[in-house]
Design a protein around this ligand. Structure first.
Ligand SMILES: NC(=O)c1ccc[n+]([C@@H]2O[C@H](COP(=O)([O-])OP(=O)(O)OC[C@H]3O[C@@H](n4cnc5c(N)ncnc54)[C@H](O)[C@@H]3O)[C@@H](O)[C@H]2O)c1
Length: 379
């Protein structure tokens, strides 16, 4: 009996920085993507970097990487690494990305792009000058039902858009004993930057640029434990909750909330868009459905549309409707897009430039909360 090699696609080396929540999620996506999508290149989990040798060794073993290092610069310098995936805390995104860009590598960076618009601008300028492919992990827009919502809007299914209301509400900081972490770092932390950036990205994806904002930021808990279980506390310098009014470039008026202390909410990344002829509604807590209301068809209220193969790329995962995708599947879609862009296909984004615009919107909302004035988004 003879065997033959059946897959001669080129291989690309993945260098992953960080092996926490998102490191695991990305590693899982790199492991499974080629079995679900006809990707042009095959990812190889080559090298993992984490903060210490033992964290790196454990991360590499747990997540299936061939080698480990405690020096992210060594990962970037490694000839076998073609794509640098950044899942380290936000303050590290800029130095790691700039080093990867100067080495000419594709950069896949977790959101938010960085800790300020200035930092995100430096990253974007460097990446564009070097001509490297970039991708930023605002993965929720990969949801087939959000893509479908955009299709419906472009088709005019709800008429002219008249209003947007968006929210990202979770409860992971809803207790006063939830400790400090990089998420509460005064440099780039807070609910608005951490999760508000997701709903801003979705708003831009669906309705286009946001040009003017006014925000109101609140710190609910004045101090938090310095680490998990510690009795020592330190003041909180970032927002737990932000509300904002938004004015879109197309004239539409909108509002948003970012709230990581939302009792009872696990993943209410949601929006409602009204139009002259109907409305669309979505929440990530029920990520496999979209609610659609149209005057002429559903006078009694919203009609539920369930995810299925009619909503690409759902069919890559399952030929039958109603079997449901999950959060990790969105990462697989994101990684499939990344491997395509890395190989020369049009980058569907969000790339660094798009993530910079999200960051500028975050910064404008925070600035307006300080000045109590409407603020132009400098994009
Ligand atoms: N796309 C999403 O839905 C989503 C969800 C959660 C987090 N994130 C983003 O992902 C990033 C990481 O968040 P997380 O929840 O995975 O955090 P985490 O704390 O679970 O993981 C961070 C990892 O980075 C490592 N690290 C810290 N310093 C390092 C260094 N100097 N060199 C190498 N590794 C280092 C940590 O040891 C850890 O393994 C953040 O930017 C966050 O905003 C995105």
């Amino acid at each position: 009996m003879t065997t033959s090699k059946i897959d001669d696609r080129p291989k690309v080396g993945i260098g992953l920085v960080g092996s926490g929540f998102m490191g695991r999620c990305q590693a899982n996506a790199f492991a499974t993507v080629a079995g679900l999508f006809d990707v042009p290149v095959l990812p190889v989990k080559t090298l993992l970097a984490d903060a210490t040798p033992s964290l790196a060794a454990k991360g590499a073993r747990d997540l299936g990487f061939a080698r480990a290092t405690s020096d992210w610069q060594a990962l970037i310098d490694d000839d076998a690494v073609d794509i640098v995936a950044i899942t380290a805390p936000n303050t590290l995104h800029e130095p790691i990305a700039l080093a990867a860009v100067s080495a000419g590598k594709t950069v896949y960076c977790e959101k938010p792009l960085s800790i300020s618009s200035g930092s995100a601008q430096r990253m974007t300028d460097a990446a564009e000058a070097a001509g490297v492919v970039t991708s930023v992990a605002f993965g929720f827009i990969r949801n087939p039902m959000i893509r479908f919502a955009r299709h419906l809007l472009h088709q005019g299914e709800i008429g002219e858009v008249t209003g947007f209301s968006g929210r990202h509400a979770e409860n992971y900081m809803a207790r006063p004993d939830a400790p400090h972490s990089f998420r509460t770092d005064p440099h780039g932390g807070g609910a608005l930057a951490d999760i508000g950036s997701h709903i801003i990205c979705i708003a831009r994806y669906l309705l286009g640029p946001i040009v003017e904002v006014i925000g109101d930021q609140t710190t609910i808990f004045p101090d938090r434990p310095v680490s998990a279980g510690a009795s020592d506390k330190r003041p909180v310098e970032v927002d737990d909750m932000t509300h904002a009014l938004l004015r879109f470039e197309n004239g539409v008026s909108g509002s948003m909330e970012a709230n990581w202390a939302a009792k009872g909410r696990t993943m209410d990344l949601s929006f409602e868009i009204t139009g002259t002829n109907g409305a669309i509604r979505f929440s990530q807590e029920r990520m496999n459905e979209l609610l659609l209301y149209r005057d002429e068809r559903s006078k009694s209220g919203y009609v539920r549309i369930e995810a299925g193969p009619d909503h690409p790329p759902y069919g890559q995962f399952c030929p039958a409707p109603g079997h449901h995708l999950g959060f990790n599947d969105l990462k697989v879609i994101e990684v499939a897009d990344l491997l395509g862009s890395h190989s020369g296909a049009t980058n569907p984004g969000p790339d660094f430039r798009e993530a910079l615009k999200v960051q500028m919107t975050v910064d404008a909302i925070a600035a307006s909360s300080r000045t109590r004035n409407w603020t132009v988004v400098e994009t």
